[in-house]
Design a protein around this ligand. Structure first.
Ligand SMILES: [Zn+2]
Length: 406
């Protein structure tokens, strides 16, 4: 960590004006996408823009097919209002979730509705083997759902680990030996398509922001629980990456310095204390068939086994304490709990809630709605596709800013 003087501020008025138009176009698109169909008057009210600005900015969006006008609303006093809606057919994106042994992929339309899906196992887990599998699954997905090239925005890739999304670099992942790989550039050159890469928890946060429960909030958190434990932060409308993409590595908060070894090289990370491996490890002294999976522990717990029940309760307490720290730090109005670990949420959610309430400062727990959302693997791939949609659409809208001036 270095301490230094802040750099001088810079910026020109022209750039600032263009930046504002871009933001306003983005805000209108997001509002129609997440809350539409909406009249121009409602869009103006919700975005805080003037009705005249909305009318001017919506024009190029309609011209280029992002937004369509629906039939006028009947029975509304005054001039009939024409509802605006997103045209789901305007753009499509491929989303891939890279897991330890396979890739789950989807093709989605502009409303993130899944058009086709497929799973493919890695035959070779080297970087070159990974690129070949990405190419193969993309071919299968687009073969099943042919998309005209001018409508395909590109490929979104989500995977666990330290991913610097804005830089396009995968620094490290617990699943692969690839280190500091410029994955975005490598896939983009190989498939000749735009590509975005992102930490997989962040992709879920983007999907929630544009297409899910997060759409009604400018700030919220997504915490995923399973083999890994992660957090995606949306703060004031922005996915928060930090300076190098490490932001949200909640699972590697050290909660017990003398605790078990974590795959990151440290000891006692939250993930090593409350993740899937910890639940299995807690049963290592159990008699009977060898336990290697969380689902086996869950079955025992559901059958009333006290050691199995305790393993889940302990994980719930550790998670609850860590989530209380998150609530103290961010004070979000919404926390979405997701991930494969929630298949057994009934076994730890009460312990988690009680510990959050016991450990949190002041009203931070009362202020926050906790939403428990078990999701299939496909939801992660959809999240990766949503990340590409978001990036691609906002880039395309940027190209419309000049038109919006005319
Ligand atoms: Zn760790």
């Amino acid at each position: 960590m270095t301490i230094t003087e802040p750099p001088p501020r810079s910026g020109r008025d022209g750039q600032r004006a263009a930046g504002a138009r871009e933001r306003h176009l983005g805000a209108i698109f997001e509002t129609v996408l997440t809350r539409g169909p909406l009249s121009r008057r409602d869009v103006a009210r919700m975005t805080g823009l003037s009705p005249a600005s909305v009318t001017k900015l919506v024009k190029p969006m309609i011209h280029h097919g992002y937004v369509t006008e629906q039939d006028p609303e009947a029975g509304v006093p005054g001039r009939p209002q024409i509802p605006l809606a997103i045209n789901p057919d305007r753009h499509y994106a491929v989303g891939l979730k890279l897991m330890s042994s396979e890739i789950v992929g989807v093709v989605v339309d502009l409303q993130a509705q899944v058009q086709s899906s497929h799973r493919l196992k890695f035959e070779d887990r080297s970087l070159q083997g990974g690129l070949a599998t990405i190419e193969k699954i993309t071919g299968v997905l687009l073969g099943r759902c042919p998309v005209p090239s001018d409508r395909l925005l590109g490929i979104g890739i989500g995977l666990g680990g330290h991913v610097n999304g804005p830089a396009g670099v995968l620094h490290r992942s617990p699943f692969f030996s690839w280190r500091d790989a410029p994955l975005q550039k490598l896939v983009s050159e190989r498939l000749n398509l735009p590509v975005v890469i992102e930490n997989d928890v962040n992709t879920l946060a983007v999907a929630e922001q544009w297409f899910g429960a997060g759409s009604a909030f400018s700030s919220f958190l997504v915490v995923t629980v399973g083999t890994g434990i992660g957090c995606g932060l949306v703060l004031d409308g922005r996915l928060w990456h930090g300076v190098s993409g490490v932001a949200g590595e909640f699972g590697h908060m050290i909660v017990d310095p003398d605790g078990p070894a974590c795959h990151c090289g440290k000891r006692g990370c939250l993930e090593s204390v409350a993740g899937g491996e910890a639940i299995v490890r807690a049963m290592s002294g159990a008699t009977g068939p060898r336990i290697t999976k969380v689902s086996q522990v869950a079955n025992l717990a559901h059958a009333g086994d006290p050691a199995a029940r305790k393993a889940f309760t302990q994980a719930g307490v550790a998670l609850g304490r860590a989530i209380a720290t998150l609530l103290n730090l961010i004070n979000p109005p919404l926390l979405i709990l997701s991930g494969e670990g929630l298949a057994a949420s009934d076994l730890f959610i009460d312990a988690l809630r009680e510990e959050v309430e016991r450990s949190v400062f002041s009203t931070a727990a009362r202020d926050c709605t906790l939403l428990v959302r078990p999701q299939p693997d496909e939801a992660w791939a959809r999240g990766a596709a949503a990340t590409m949609l978001r990036h691609g659409v906002l880039s395309s809208l940027r190209a419309l800013t000049d038109e919006a001036l005319m």
